[in-house]
Design a protein around this ligand. Structure first.
Ligand SMILES: [Fe+2]
Length: 317
């Protein structure tokens, strides 16, 4: 197996084990400067300058290698600028101290935040809007902690996959409302963050239950009768031009921002060519069975990851 120069065997192993890896200085500074200027404009995610971070850097070829060929077209991006929080609002959520470690709102994207057919109960029958990999490009230095850093719950990609595999073995469907994940009633308040629910039902959401107690400093919130765990994430320290890869199944989120400068990131969501949304109501169709397998096996789509994928920690040489 020949490895590309853009991702070493060590980086591949780190990605397999942690579900996240930083590829230093992968995106040329010139592209980052142009994108940083462009993000001030409307529809910046689709702008030539922002798209060039992926298509004009080694990222595109890297993903075509990792995912075993052409991916679904990448035409959009999320511009994620996080401004410092005023000191008096730090660690406060809805008027009370935040329960989340480091005010970290860890989640898996696309689980039960897109209202399904039941408008009063968006969890039920909501599709899992998944993808293969989240790729962040830093447009400024983020080398200090607690400055809005992108954070990832290391190893959660494996725990989440194991949970989905259990749900699949229990005849599905996958996600909230399936085996071992009861629906968690909530009401979205105008302007509130959907993944946090609302007091008094404040809880970590969008994360399979077993994963919520993971991390270096998870925290139990609420009473034993009506409480739950919040996981803690590892803040990623980045320099301008660094790319951070986070597996879809890895819980991620941004950290508290007690710094002075806005944190500037651009995120791309990359999909394997066969990837589609998972619709629980169609669990038994062959298309959904494929997606259930993808969500249960973190490496099914990663045909080009190399031996790190199969052996975890074996030196490929
Ligand atoms: Fe997210």
């Amino acid at each position: 197996m020949r490895y590309s120069l853009t991702m070493t065997p060590e980086e591949r192993r780190a990605f397999v084990e942690d579900g996240v890896v930083i590829l230093p200085e992968l995106v040329p500074q010139k592209l980052c400067r142009a994108a940083a200027a462009a993000i001030e404009t409307e529809n910046a995610g689709r702008s030539e300058e922002v798209q060039a971070l992926y298509h004009g850097s080694p990222l595109r070829a890297l993903f075509e290698e990792l995912l075993g060929g052409e991916t679904q077209p990448v035409t959009g991006a999320q511009v994620a600028v996080r401004h410092p929080t005023p000191p008096e609002q730090l660690d406060i959520y809805m008027g009370e101290p935040t329960p989340s470690p480091s005010d970290w709102n860890g989640h898996v994207d696309g689980i039960a935040i897109h209202p399904g057919p039941h408008k009063d109960d968006p969890d039920r029958e909501a599709p899992i809007m998944s993808f293969s990999c989240l790729v962040g490009v830093a447009l400024n230095d983020q080398t200090e902690r607690d400055c809005g850093n992108f954070a990832v719950l290391r190893g959660s990609h494996m725990a989440n996959a194991a949970f989905f595999a259990q749900q699949a073995a229990g005849d599905g469907p996958l996600g909230p409302g399936g085996p071992n994940w009861s629906l968690e009633p909530w009401r979205r308040e105008e302007g509130s963050n959907a993944s946090r629910g609302q007091r008094p039902e404040l809880r970590a959401r969008m994360i399979p239950p077993p994963t919520r107690a993971m991390g270096d400093s998870p925290r139990y919130v609420g009473s034993p009768e009506d409480g739950g765990w919040w996981p803690s994430g590892t803040q990623q320290l980045l320099r301008t031009g660094d790319a951070v890869l986070a597996h879809y199944l890895a819980c991620h989120g941004e950290s508290r921002h007690a710094g002075k400068e806005p944190r500037k990131m651009v995120f791309f969501r990359i999909k394997h060519r066969r990837h589609t949304e998972y619709r629980p109501g169609e669990h038994h169709t062959s298309e959904m069975q494929h997606m259930a397998a993808v969500l249960s096996d973190p490496w099914l789509e990663w045909e080009g990851l190399g031996e790190a994928q199969a052996s975890g920690a074996t030196d490929p040489s």
